[in-house]
Write a protein that binds this ligand. Structure first.
Ligand SMILES: *Cc1c(COP(=O)(O)O)cnc(C)c1O
Length: 367
């Protein structure tokens, strides 16, 4: 069995977790939380980083910090993992679902521009949440210009793009706030965890405050707002520190795997890849191919013990989101969903396994 994308725990994970157990610092304060936050801040170049219980809570808190409340509207791509849109609903806002670009599979900015030109005086539209799907990014400079023109804030769902850069600047550092996830299948993992990154020190302080039940006094249980219990515990942050030490190596291996697949599969007729947006240096999080028989291929490989996965069912097709606005451009999101499959690309995958997968894909698609 060759898994799709599994954690790689070959570093100091045991050592640091053992240290937490030995010292009794297992819960929501401790050195590893600070060290993990500092490590992510310095890696991404963000001024501040605040660890959260997962990526979804990072998104929810970020939307609240960006001033999103009941009845506001937030622009988000239609092709994403459900958590992006759930977080918008958790904040009481409504999503405006935007179709994606045929080439880079990210939010279609021309479509968005057209829509906003026609809706320039819709006061409810407050924020744009780009999702850097599969570790790629859209033309973020163009999106920033759109957001400025229409006076909207950017909250980046960069949960899939730790390690990705646009013109050398890290994903998640372009918006007012950026959100990361350390779920089991992400490029680094703490089992479950997340982080908010921002260059705004007031927002960072407020993020920490709100995620800690808005406790306003160090001794007394005095709270000045309705807060949340969204902190990451020290035990998991310890794992995060060990994972961050290995991130450069993970990125290198992800890149090798992506290059192997791209090189070896590009001769197959009708097969195509997500195109990286000019300026983007991706983290190659989940390697995905497009082919009219991708769904059949996915079933075939899974039956042979090679774990593959289709993309997410587009948001407009989910029962709780089907009534929201969907700006469709021929439903690219739907067509990608029906024609894409992600291939095994764990950082621990061996060259031998890659060759086994390659032979099976060629045999299936060339017949
Ligand atoms: C993983 C992911 C999230 C949420 O992360 P969790 O840590 O699982 O809550 C949000 N958005 C996208 C696009 C993701 O892929």
């Amino acid at each position: 069995m060759i898994p799709l994308s599994i954690p790689n725990l070959s570093g100091n994970e045991w050592k640091y977790i053992k240290d937490c157990l030995d010292t009794n610092w297992v819960s929501s304060v401790g050195n590893y939380v600070d060290a993990f936050e500092n490590s992510v801040a310095s890696f991404t170049g963000a001024k501040h980083a605040v660890a959260t219980s997962n990526g979804t809570t990072a998104l929810h808190l970020s939307l609240l910090l960006a001033g999103i409340t009941q009845g506001d509207k937030v622009i988000v791509p239609n092709l994403t993992f459900v958590a992006s849109v759930n977080a918008i609903r958790h904040a009481g806002a409504e999503p405006i679902l935007v179709d994606v670009d045929e080439s880079n599979w990210q939010m279609d900015l021309s479509l968005l521009e057209e829509y906003l030109a026609d809706h320039s005086n819709s006061p409810g539209i407050k924020a744009i949440m780009p999702v850097h799907v599969l570790g790629n990014m859209l033309d973020i400079e163009r999106l920033i210009r759109i957001a400025e023109l229409h006076k909207m804030v950017l909250v980046e769902d960069s949960t899939e793009s730790l390690g990705t850069t646009f013109k050398g600047k890290a994903a998640g550092t372009f918006g007012l706030l950026g959100c990361l996830s350390f779920n089991g299948n992400k490029i680094i993992t703490t089992g479950g965890g997340g982080m908010i990154i921002t260059s705004d020190s007031d927002l960072a302080r407020e993020a920490k405050h709100l995620s800690t039940q808005a406790k306003a006094d160090t001794l007394e249980y005095y709270h000045d707002q309705v807060g949340y219990n969204y902190r990451l515990v020290n035990l998991l942050a310890a794992m995060g520190v060990a994972q961050m030490e290995q991130l450069p190596g993970f990125l290198k291996r992800k890149n090798e795997v992506a290059e192997f697949y791209t090189h070896e599969l590009s001769s197959i007729k009708g097969l195509s890849f997500m195109q990286n947006t000019p300026g983007v240096n991706p983290n190659n999080w989940l390697f995905t191919i497009r082919h009219s028989r991708a769904v059949e291929l996915c079933d075939h490989l899974n039956a042979k013990g090679i774990q593959c996965r289709k993309l997410w069912v587009p948001m407009n097709r989910l029962p709780m989101f089907e009534d929201y606005t969907y700006l469709s451009n021929g439903d690219v999101a739907g067509r990608l969903y029906e024609s894409c499959v992600s291939l095994p690309c764990s950082t621990s995958i061996t060259d031998k396994q890659l060759n086994v997968i390659l032979v099976k894909i060629r045999a299936f698609l060339n017949t």
